[in-house]
Ligand binder design. Structure first.
Ligand SMILES: Cc1cc2nc3c(=O)[nH]c(=O)nc-3n(C[C@H](O)[C@H](O)[C@H](O)COP(=O)(O)OP(=O)(O)OC[C@H]3O[C@@H](n4cnc5c(N)ncnc54)[C@H](O)[C@@H]3O)c2cc1C
Length: 428
């Protein structure tokens, strides 16, 4: 834990400290924007983790002041974004506003948090600072572009990841819709762990489904850094063998060594190659704010947090939920929207209890994840995660986990229903 003295040293006095907190330290001169009238929880990041936490904080204790700080006016869900790329859904189906949360008494501030003072308990945004009693940080992921030689601004523009849904989802959908006959779509998958383990394999299926639907006779070239399909392997591979034998070319254990945007060329340990559409998903880590505000242990990749309340193990009063939280420390759950939302509810209950001087309940998280594999059929996995006192983290309950025995059209309807209910639960 950093003490107030360490923090002051880091922010105002010591050069060494500045290297740690740097430009992200809350400026002492920043104006206080909303003087605190009651107990207040500030939530940073309006994705599945943060928006759910904000909504449930207000539901569990309507007397609390709840702030949600998010730069985007509208949130675009990654879930179902692969269906947009394939042309089965349009962007409005996965786009959500924060208006209903605002109507439910949550103060939604459209801005970016640039700094956190964990000792004086403030966050800083563009116009000043906002005080908190407890803070929930849910910034999602950022990308380690630096691990791919040549992945400069030009390469990022030409080889989109579309691993945060939005403009790049639209870009890939447009490129695919315009793909010439017999064209190729290349996808590069990083080593696990990454956001949504089945996500790349659903994308492969959805691009192949597009090629089949449009009789394109093209190829989906898959470069996977992992030794095998990371999630639902049997189900995906059986769908590919049955439906896309002549379309998908899957190569495991490929290491991406570099890219050349000018020549549209990728270098791997298995040779050089190119394609008409190139989709590179880089390795991921906790969102930048987690690093900037000292929530990640030195040399780490994810934010350190307790498995019981998701309170940071580096700063008291700050809780981390969603993809940014370190799974080695918190538990074996995948980085998914469902888990982020489940963490949001758990943290809301824990924070309300802590503010009332009560003992938080033990957490119990859920996950269910659908993947569409053809124009009509889908597959799924489910899981429940409980605290294990021996492992000292959340672990999957064997008897509660399941997977579909095959692909079925009715699971596609369940997938749509899941999307409707989770977005209603998250955004009100
Ligand atoms: C292609 C794809 C398909 C997927 N499909 C599924 C699925 O079917 N089911 C499922 O459960 N999951 C799915 N996921 C995973 C899911 O999208 C993520 O796990 C989920 O979004 C994580 O939620 P989060 O709240 O941690 O982060 P996010 O949803 O990324 O939200 C983080 C928010 O924080 C904001 N933010 C960041 N920094 C700051 C800052 N400094 N100040 C203020 N705000 C900030 C961002 O703008 C963002 O809105 C999929 C992912 C992908 C890529």
């Amino acid at each position: 834990m950093l003490s107030r003295r360490d923090f002051i040293t880091g922010t105002t006095l010591g050069i060494a400290g500045l290297a740690c907190f740097g430009p992200f330290a809350v400026s002492v001169r920043a104006a206080e924007l909303f003087p605190k009238k009651k107990q207040r929880v500030v939530v940073v990041g309006g994705g599945f983790g943060g928006a759910t936490a904000a909504r449930y904080l207000k539901l569990y204790d309507p007397g609390l002041e709840v702030f949600l700080i998010e730069p985007l006016r509208q949130y675009v869900t990654c879930p179902s974004s692969n269906l947009v790329i394939s042309g089965l859904l349009k962007m409005p189906a996965i786009t959500h506003s924060y208006d209903r949360l605002a109507r439910q008494g949550i103060r939604v501030v459209q801005d970016t948090v640039s700094a956190i003072d964990p000792v004086a308990r403030y966050v800083e945004i563009s116009k000043g600072k906002i005080a908190y009693d407890r803070l929930v940080v849910a910034p999602g992921v950022d990308f380690s572009f630096d691990l791919i030689p040549g992945m400069d601004a030009a390469a990022r523009a030409k080889f989109p990841h579309a691993w945060k849904a939005g403009e790049q989802t639209v870009q890939l959908a447009r490129e695919l819709a315009a793909l010439k006959k017999g064209g190729s779509f290349l996808i590069s998958i990083p080593e696990a762990p990454f956001r949504c383990p089945p996500g790349p394999y659903e994308r492969i299926s959805m691009v192949a489904a597009f090629m089949k639907r449009t009789n394109n006779r093209g190829k989906v070239l898959v470069l996977d850094a992992n030794p095998d399909v990371v999630s639902k392997a049997k189900l995906f591979k059986s769908a590919w063998a049955d439906l896309y034998k002549d379309i998908i070319e899957y190569t495991p254990d490929v290491s991406l060594k570099g890219v050349d945007a000018g020549k549209r060329r990728l270098t791997t340990d298995k040779g050089e190659l190119t394609a008409d559409i190139i989709n590179i998903i880089p390795e991921q880590k906790a969102g930048a704010l987690a690093f900037a505000s000292g929530l990640v242990t030195k040399g780490g990749r994810w934010a350190a947090a307790s498995p019981l309340t998701f309170e940071s193990t580096l700063h008291t009063g700050i809780h981390v939920v969603g993809d940014a939280a370190d799974r080695d420390q918190v538990g074996s759950m995948p980085h998914s929207g469902f888990v982020a939302s489940s963490m949001g509810k758990t943290v809301a209950a824990a924070v309300v209890a802590l503010l009332q001087g009560k003992e938080p309940q033990l957490p119990s998280l859920e996950n269910s994840c659908y993947s569409q594999v053809s124009d009509t059929e889908s597959i799924y996995v489910t899981g429940v995660f409980l605290y294990d006192a021996t492992a000292k983290k959340l672990v999957g309950v064997k008897a509660a986990g399941s997977a579909s025995s095959g692909r079925e059209a009715r699971y596609t309807q369940h997938y749509r229903d899941w999307q409707t209910s989770i977005t209603k639960d998250t955004f009100g």
